[in-house]
Design a binder for this molecule. Structure first.
Ligand SMILES: [Zn+2]
Ligand SMILES: [Zn+2]
Length: 140
């Protein structure tokens, strides 16, 4: 996790225990995870940090770009270890979240027609039916 501590410092953040633990949890869990799932993982592994410190760490890490935060609707916010900037597809039937490549690979990849201010991020959320759900339906 030394590399994570270095990246935290490069982003101007102190490498605190909760922040390192949160990145470690996201890495161990893989994929897209809620703050509660990250917290539950740490509890299971006897890492003692409060739910609030886990939540605050996720916000700080997302702000520094070490963690990606995706709003996937229905009030759910998912976090994942940051790799390339990308978007998400959410299946309306099973709720599965898949990554969708960004054509630009950088934020913000869309510019609105209106001049609303300085845009630094555009999240695109695709909805539809995933392949698996489409197949299940065809078989009936
Ligand atoms: Zn599905
Ligand atoms: Zn993703």
């Amino acid at each position: 996790m030394d590399e994570v501590a270095t990246r935290l410092r490069e982003a101007g953040l102190r490498a605190t225990g909760p922040r390192l633990a949160v990145v470690g949890a996201l890495r161990a869990l893989g994929g897209h995870r809620t703050a509660d799932e990250v917290y539950a993982h740490l509890v299971r592994n006897d890492v003692a940090h409060s739910r609030m410190s886990v939540y605050n760490s996720l916000v700080a890490l997302a702000g520094a770009g070490l963690v990606l935060r995706a709003d996937v609707g229905r009030g759910a916010v998912l976090y994942e270890e940051a790799r390339t900037w990308h978007h998400h597809f959410v299946c309306r039937r099973c709720g599965q979240v898949s990554d969708v490549s960004c054509a630009v690979d950088a934020r913000p990849c869309l510019t609105p027609r209106e001049d609303v201010g300085v845009i630094d991020e555009a999240q695109v959320l695709f909805h539809g039916t995933c392949h698996r759900c489409a197949e299940v339906r065809d078989e009936r």
